[in-house]
Design a protein around this ligand. Structure first.
Ligand code: DC
Length: 230
């Protein structure tokens, strides 16, 4: 079936947006785009090229480098997942590291970075059939998306979930919790395109929902939307 709608998924850090988006993509044959990965790629580039020094981002230098940073996605047939590419190099696992998480909120506040990525995201969404997750998808990237979800969950539960994913890296639960609160704070209060609930978004708090319950709820809403859009 040719899906002619775009779905925007916004919400707080580590509340399972990407898991939901992937499940939607699989179920309805849509293309999944992880916009957080795009901001992470630029952050990784800054770390690798010493544009971040002693915890400070050299914004002027980053702006000069922006045209040289190519962000794309490649479908890995083996894993069945879309993976993130920085200038032809697969960086899918590097961008998930704690060091990248610690700086990504700072990098994603920079106007020129957001402008570059929003243009790219809109281009990807032109043909429809895209499910995109991030912080400003329903408010800025696709204000006319046919369906918008805003996902949230209690901060302790989110920290615990994230910690179980990355505990092998040696990071502590407390560090994960603090990084998460910090990111909530910067994402929601930054000047450009802050995280907020789009007026027409459906809000889902998944603190007490199992993945299956959540998927069933969301899938039903999507089915209805697809039918009414035909
Ligand atoms: O979804 P994530 O945790 O991988 O996102 C990493 C960071 O990128 C997050 O702290 C905020 C930023 N981000 C953003 O500002 N806008 C988006 N559309 C997606 C992510």
């Amino acid at each position: 079936m040719d899906i002619r709608i775009n779905i925007a998924i916004d919400g707080h850090s580590s509340c399972g947006k990407s898991t939901i988006a992937k499940a939607i993509a699989k179920k309805f044959g849509m293309r999944y785009i992880d916009t957080g990965a795009m901001y992470r790629v630029i952050t990784l580039y800054c770390i690798e090229n010493k544009i971040i020094n002693n915890g400070e981002v050299d914004i002027k230098e980053l702006i000069l480098h922006l045209p040289k940073i190519n962000v794309s996605f490649e479908f890995n047939v083996k894993s069945g997942k879309s993976e993130t590419i920085l200038n032809r190099k697969n960086v899918e696992s590097e961008i998930r590291k704690h060091e990248v998480s610690s700086f990504v909120s700072i990098v994603s506040q920079i106007k020129e970075v957001r402008e570059k990525l929003v243009v790219l995201q809109r281009e990807i969404g032109k043909k429809k059939g895209v499910v995109m997750d991030g912080r400003d998808i329903g408010t800025k990237v696709f204000p006319n998306a046919e369906l918008k979800f805003f996902i949230t969950a209690n901060a302790e539960i989110r920290a615990q979930r994230r910690f179980s994913e990355i505990r092998k890296t040696g990071v502590s639960l407390q560090q994960v919790f603090e990084n998460l609160l910090e990111r909530d704070e910067t994402d929601s209060n930054r000047e450009i395109n802050p995280l907020k609930v789009a007026q027409d978004a459906i809000v889902i708090d998944n603190s007490d929902l199992t993945e299956k319950q959540q998927n069933n709820l969301i899938f039903e809403l999507i089915k209805k939307k697809i039918e009414s859009n035909d």
